[in-house]
Design a protein around this ligand. Sequence first.
Ligand code: 13P
Length: 247
Amino acid sequence: MARRLAAGNWKMHGLGADLAELEAICGAAGQGCEVLLCLPATLVHRGASTAAGRIAIGGQDCHVMPQGAHTGDVSAAMLADAGASHVILGHSERRADHGETDDIVAAKAQAAQLAGLIAIVCVGETLEERDAGRTLEVVGGQLAASIPEGVDLARLVVAYEPVWAIGTGRTPTESQIAEVHAALREGLAMRFGAVPAGQVPLLYGGSVKPGNAAAIFALPDVDGALVGGASLKAADFAAIIAALAAA
Ligand code: 13P
């Protein structure tokens, strides 16, 4: 069984004053699942200090190089140094806004693991791709190409985030989520073997809210969630954490 993980992604939200919300989220963490908040780079150090080990803190992207002349970028080693244990890679917003390809995501995942971080590799289809019946092909292709050779599966998490479900209030049906998660597990099993593949947490992301979390967490091969908007409010994220812990 994979570990269960309730992961929040604050995206480009969060100032020092919002650490009060993080403090409240720490209070909601308990037995039953791991809790992670992926903060903007400017808050990683303060967030890790505030959390003091009660929840894990992550970044939202890293450069492929450990250091160098890359103005404005942040390396995996820098995130780790600031107190992060995880980093989100290949989020659809990075793929769309910054032209990140599967090859770049794979290189970033390798860099993240070299720095000791757990890499959360994101995959997901657009609405156009789903409507064309290409979901499994697209997601399977992203999975295969975004996970580097020599990956350490013990430090890998995969997140399925349909692009059309992010921030829209729309979610796939339960059978659509289950179908993709089964395909992801199968894709990992074909490449790495069933037992190691079974230990990689598979997260669902896209409009996860307190009201739909329990039904999503009851699905096979769903080991947790990557939560955007609902992770900004401690009360909402606490309800999602509780639903996962009870699943
Ligand atoms: P929402 O939960 O706001 O739909 O965002 C999902 C997401 O992109 C998490 O990475």
